[in-house]
Design a protein around this ligand. Structure first.
Ligand code: SF4
Length: 410
């Protein structure tokens, strides 16, 4: 959406400036997320009294009337309208003149070193805690040729890393009668784009980490050594209650294989603690999976009942203090593993794609990500968009400081 607006000459406002349009991309994945979305809308209305307030995202789909009732909201849009965001916004009467004026002023392609390439939307699973199939609809894959055109345009504008996004990347084109070869073909076609240095997968289900996918990543250095494979729980009973499309044996079988084949691979995952019926033993089983697979990054969510989901009707709720305690223990374990993971990078040469450059206390500081998704800061100038080799020197809050050693590509 930001890129779409930027292409129309609409520039992002900074926090200290009044904005003409505020877009709130809402989430409703948990009750807390819904609450946070409502607060974000109210805050936007309060701090930008003159702005057009536009609300989009899953909460806008699940409860549009609730949002329209909030004083100060001008436009509520659905998820599908993200694709043609400017058109959708332009058709909403209150912002039309603004878009027309700005469109006439300037039109330029946005520039981002790392950009998303949305290959698919929606989901056809039925996880009992999740509202996504309702808010984003069934699985829909985007046309392959159109994606390659979009990728080429982004690379021509300066993008060097593309992040393939979608709820079910492994099922790319399944909705069009395809199979796992479609994702591999998409990878191959992306690899043929000159100037594209990295492709990253946003997340992939364990069962789609097939031998073919793993060996493609292993043999292609431009595929990032970072895989986010949602676990949610390490216990079969809980996974069944969640209606996840795998059991723990299948998950472990696929995920154990990946680091053995892909050198330097970092794993990441999502875990829900305190799902209805989660016993202490079930939680311990989750901790054991984390200890074994040593995820470089853990995203821990405390289960909160989401109305309109099957899990909302389940009894055997886990008490709030138990949930809090389990989440604390899991986060602590995740932090301990992450600290070791970061320390392992100290003293090593790291390839960093520079995404940001700013002057801090008179010194030009660059920062960017490694292929295994570690943010690295180092001194350097005029390196935005370059791939540089940096010696990791010191761990800092969720990243590393380093020293630039050589240029890999620009
Ligand atoms: S796989 Fe499950 S959790 Fe993920 S979006 Fe689909 S229904 Fe939701």
């Amino acid at each position: 959406m930001a890129e779409d607006l930027a292409a129309q000459g609409i520039e992002p406002a900074v926090a200290t400036e009044p904005a003409d349009v505020v877009v709130i991309n809402t989430c409703t994945v948990t009750r807390e997320a819904t609450k946070a979305s409502r607060m974000a809308i109210r805050r936007a209305v309060k701090t930008n009294p003159e702005a057009k307030i536009v609300v989009i995202g899953c909460y806008a789909v699940s409860n549009p009337d609730e949002i329209k009732a909030i004083d100060g909201v001008d436009v509520v849009l659905g998820n599908d309208e993200k694709e043609q965001f400017v058109e959708a916004l332009g058709q909403a009467a209150p912002v039309r003149p603004l878009l027309q004026i700005r469109t006439a002023k300037r039109r330029r392609a946005p520039y981002r070193v790392r950009a998303n390439l949305k290959v698919q939307t929606g989901c056809d699973e039925r996880c009992t805690f999740c509202i996504i199939p309702k808010t984003r609809g069934p699985l829909r894959s985007l046309d392959e040729d159109a994606l390659i055109d979009e990728a080429r345009a982004k690379v021509a504008a300066g993008t060097r890393e593309l992040v393939l996004t979608g709820v079910h990347l492994g099922k790319y084109r399944y909705d069009r009668g395809g199979d796992e070869r479609d994702l591999l073909r998409l990878f191959e076609r992306l690899m043929a784009i000159e100037g594209l240095w990295r492709v990253r997968l946003s997340s992939i289900l364990s069962r789609h980490l097939t031998e073919e996918v793993v060996s493609f990543i292993a043999s292609e250095p431009r595929m990032c050594r970072y895989l986010h494979v949602p676990l949610q729980s390490g216990d079969d009973g809980v996974l069944r209650g969640m209606h996840r499309p795998y059991d723990i044996a299948e998950y472990l079988d696929s995920v154990r294989r990946a680091p053995r084949s892909i050198e330097g691979l970092a794993l990441a995952t999502d875990i829900i603690v305190g799902f209805p019926g989660e016993t202490e033993d079930a939680f311990e089983a989750t901790m054991n999976v984390v200890r074994e697979l040593r995820y470089a990054k853990l995203h821990v969510f405390r289960y909160s009942m989401r109305p309109d989901t099957a899990a909302a009707r389940m009894s055997a709720e886990v008490a709030a203090d138990v949930k809090r305690d389990r989440s604390k223990r899991l986060i602590a374990l995740g932090n301990e593993i992450r600290a070791r993971f970061l320390e392992d990078h100290v003293g090593r040469p790291l390839e960093v794609l520079v995404e940001d450059e700013r002057v801090v206390d008179g010194v030009s500081i660059c920062s960017g990500q490694t292929g295994d998704y570690v943010r690295v800061w180092f001194e350097g100038e005029s390196l935005l968009g370059s791939l540089v080799s940096v010696q990791g020197q010191r761990v800092r809050a969720d990243g590393l400081e380093g020293r630039r050693t050589s240029m890999v590509g620009r």
